[in-house]
Ligand binder design. Structure first.
Ligand code: PFF
Length: 454
């Protein structure tokens, strides 16, 4: 096999992995999930899930990847010492493919909003028009069309593929190191502005004062699923990036930094969005359309709102593209190693497949939206199935394969390469991997299948 590329610096690995983790999941999904599920009670469960389940799985995925030094599918066979375990990797890769097909659609929507913020057409309404109707009309005009989202989502995927086609060091690492600081600067600037809005303290209450009566099995599953999605777990992303990490790096330390960055951005996205929502008396529970229908109304009303709008959508684009880079990388690494094709050929094959899948999602939201199963569109099904079934399934099997089959002694050995020896606390986290993650997820998945989800 040809020489495998590697990340050239720790900062590059952290930027690329945080870039993978921080995405639409943080800025678009986390606020509306928290909004829909009662705010702070959801957030507390989310935080517990991040610390007790997310962090151990982050370092485990990195360690598995670095140990096996191959694509996400074969990694499971190598770590589990039996080829049949490859099936788990296959589910992970299939999951990320399905996710990338709707992720590109939503990123396309965001680019459309950015473009119309830039030209000003997003806010072009006569004073007689009701602003709610105006933004609803823009959203439905966009999402019900076939060509508009297709063109904009193709822009998203081609920008992404361009980065991937240049390789790990010269593409993924180099551009993550440019894009992540841009993301942080935009974020801090926007938060600073949000904090001056009168709704800020109300959102602090909403986000940080829990009401545990609102906690149901469904909320718990939703919070854990969201924690995994946000950390890019259960999809082979961190395994793939791990396979490009050099033996001189301290994986636990990288895992801590990535987990922390992702969590901070999720929490602060709430503080970015909700003050505006509360200041202008909008519903925090609006759902997926929160950033497309509710937020633009706020941008319209607040002083300097159009600039805010422009920078906000730019922020979301940067976050989404660095996540898409990691999604494509999983698929590309797999294709390169299975087919022995060049990186360029593999990248374009993956782009074609993803674009076709994207077109199916776009049609399902647009011209074919009358076709629903159980009231859900294709996108809604894919989101539901991946978040509630395949991601937790891969996560639980990862914990079992790493904790029980590979065993924590060998996991620790890998983790101690490039690092000091494990502390007591490190051992406790490994225990979670063996004894807590598998039963908790299995019980919750059974509860879900038995109909806890309404
Ligand atoms: N973690 C990303 C987000 O929160 O938006 C989503 C994601 C990235 C999922 C990379 C899967 C993946 F491979």
């Amino acid at each position: 096999m040809k020489n495998r590329d590697t990340f050239s610096s720790k900062i590059g690995i952290v930027a690329a992995s945080a870039g993978s983790a921080i995405g639409l999941g943080n800025i678009w999904k986390f606020p509306y999930m928290a909004g829909k599920n009662g705010g702070s009670a959801f957030i507390i469960i989310y935080l517990i899930a991040i610390i007790l389940m997310g962090y151990p799985l982050v370092y485990t995925e990195f360690a598995m990847g670095r140990r096996a030094k191959t694509n996400a599918v074969d990694t499971f066979g190598i770590i589990g010492n039996k080829k049949t375990w490859n099936i788990v990797g296959f589910i992970a890769v299939l999951t990320v493919f399905l996710i990338s097909t709707f992720y590109m659609m939503i990123t396309g929507w965001v680019i459309y909003y950015f473009y119309h913020s830039l030209t000003g057409t997003l806010y072009n309404l006569s004073s007689a028009t009701d602003s709610v109707m105006h933004f609803k009309a823009i959203f439905s005009h966009m999402s019900s069309s076939m060509s508009i989202p297709l063109i904009f989502s193709m822009i998203a995927i081609y920008m992404t593929a361009l980065i991937n086609s240049m390789g790990i060091k010269e593409g993924v690492e180099k551009y993550s190191k440019i894009m992540m600081p841009v993301l942080f600067v935009l974020f801090i600037f926007l938060i600073g502005y949000s904090a001056t809005l009168p709704g800020f303290s109300k959102s602090m209450h909403f986000l940080f004062r829990p009401d545990f009566r609102l906690v149901t099995p469904q909320v718990i599953i939703g919070a854990i699923g969201q924690a995994f999605f946000s950390l890019s777990l259960g999809m082979g992303a961190l395994i793939t990036y791990g396979s490009y990490i050099a033996k001189t790096e301290n994986i636990r330390q990288i895992a801590r930094q990535v987990t922390l960055a992702d969590t901070i951005i999720a929490l602060f996205s709430g503080l970015l969005i909700f003050p505006a929502v509360f200041t202008y008396n909008l519903e925090p529970t609006a759902g997926p359309s929160l950033i497309f229908i509710s937020l633009p109304q706020v941008f319209l009303k607040m002083p300097g709102g159009r600039w805010f709008s422009l920078l906000f959508f730019l922020l979301v684009i940067v976050a989404a593209i660095t996540s898409m880079v990691s999604m494509l990388e999983i698929l590309i690494t797999y294709v390169i190693e299975k087919r022995n094709w060049s990186r360029k050929t593999s990248t374009w094959m993956v782009v074609i497949a993803t674009t076709l899948g994207g077109a199916v999602n776009i049609a399902g939201e647009g011209p074919l939206s009358y076709i629903t199963v159980g009231g859900r569109t294709i996108f809604s099904w894919l989101d539901y199935l991946t978040n509630n079934i395949t991601i937790p399934l891969v996560a639980v099997l990862t914990a079992i394969i790493a904790g029980w089959v590979w065993q924590t002694t060998r996991l620790n050995k890998e983790l101690e390469i490039g690092a000091a020896s494990s502390t007591k606390l490190d051992h406790y986290f490994n225990l979670l991997l063996k004894w807590v993650i598998p039963p908790v997820i299995v019980i919750l998945m059974i509860a879900l299948l038995l109909g806890a989800e309404s």
